[in-house]
Design a protein around this ligand. Structure first.
Ligand code: SAM
Length: 347
């Protein structure tokens, strides 16, 4: 197997690092209502351990890093961590996925540290619905985060919208936003992550097919999202969504298909991990906050990077990454339910 290529010939150059399992929100589709027990700090990788891992990963073909969580901006020292990661030769870009709440405080410092690319999670423009989805968050804080990202010159600024049928989100207002700013909206299918082995009240999970409160009824296939959005845009006089050619789409590391409304500054992307799974184009590994290397979002088969970082050499870390590439599954096979919640993986 050549460097940076997995057992199915896919080039793996993208590493998602969860820097914390803690979050300042409790989104309904990401965490159970009572939260998840936080890991002890001794179980969480130190920044120094993450940086050593990243340096080894570069040697094995990784060139792009996304920081996620939990909420990555709640971890103290995150800006200096970004600067140190950015200084690793071979890392071409660093991005962050955040709920945006702390961006007014950190956006400029992150840019100064070398991070420009940001994905901000926002599922609605209705303050009450936002508070309900996030279990207590304030919409104005998330919107201030989006403003702060633009003011700091972050680019591209993408908005992640998880589409869940029972939330009855107004997707048209996101389409309107693309006329106001060069923002890239990404509608993401709700994924059945978490719930495996959880004790739930009311039998929301069964042991064979469980994913917390996920139900197939709440999953809105991307084709349906696109058809309904297009109809709503036409009815509202915004015109028809036209596909954006790949070379004109906002540079991304993932599998979104992008569309644009006539005259819009930004684009609308659709991500369909379930209805049109893109495993054939998968380019990523995931490192969890407690130091487990995950080869597939939907598979609990993990390698213990923390043990190797704490007891092994740099060569051992590289060997572990090669083992992960060799063990990466060909596809997720629509597995429903994982032991970890999304907040413990990082999306
Ligand atoms: N706290 C950060 C945030 O809110 O963006 C980063 C962590 S969050 C786990 C990363 C992404 O996963 C977010 O965009 C979130 O909306 C998405 N996500 C969480 N649970 C999901 C689910 N069940 N299906 C689809 N996306 C999900």
């Amino acid at each position: 197997m050549s460097r940076g290529v997995d057992g199915f010939g896919r080039r793996i150059d993208y590493l998602r690092i969860s820097v914390t399992d803690r979050c300042n929100l409790r989104c309904v589709y990401c965490m159970p209502e009572k939260g998840v027990p936080w890991r002890e700090m001794s179980e969480i990788l130190s920044f120094e351990e993450i940086e050593r891992f990243a340096a080894a990963a570069v040697e094995e073909g990784i060139s792009k890093i996304r920081l996620t969580g939990g909420e990555p901006l709640v971890r103290k020292g995150i800006v200096e961590h970004v600067a140190r990661l950015r200084a690793i030769t071979g890392i071409e870009a660093i991005a962050i996925t955040t709920n945006g709440i702390l961006l007014p405080r950190y956006a400029q410092a992150l840019v100064d540290a070398g991070l420009n690319r940001v994905n901000i999670s926002l599922d609605t423009f209705d303050p009450e619905v936002y508070a309900a989805i996030t279990r207590g968050g304030k919409l104005e804080d998330a919107l201030a985060g989006i403003d702060a990202a633009f003011e700091a010159g972050m680019h591209p600024v993408k908005i992640n919208v998880v589409v869940v049928r029972r939330l009855e989100q107004d997707l048209l207002s996101f389409a309107r936003m693309t006329f106001e700013r060069p923002v890239h909206i990404r509608f993401i299918e709700y994924m059945p992550v978490g719930g495996e082995g959880e004790q739930t009240v009311g039998g929301a999970c069964s042991s064979e097919s469980s994913a917390g409160d996920w139900t197939i009824e709440d999953h809105v296939p991307s084709d349906e999202i696109l058809t309904q959005l297009n109809a709503a845009c036409l009815a509202a006089g915004l015109g028809e969504l036209a596909p954006v050619p790949r070379d004109e789409a906002p540079g991304g590391w993932g599998p979104a298909s992008y569309y644009r409304l006539p005259g819009a500054l930004g684009t609308i992307g659709i991500i369909s991990p379930l209805s049109h799974h893109f495993c054939g184009e998968c380019n990523r590994l995931r490192l969890t906050a407690d130091g487990k290397l995950r080869m597939c979002l939907f598979s609990d088969n993990e390698l213990d990077a923390r043990a190797v970082l704490r007891e092994g050499s740099a060569d051992d870390v590289r060997a572990l990454i090669r083992a992960a590439l060799a063990a990466k599954p060909e596809s997720h096979q629509m597995r429903v339910g994982t032991v970890r919640r999304m907040s413990q993986i990082g999306g």
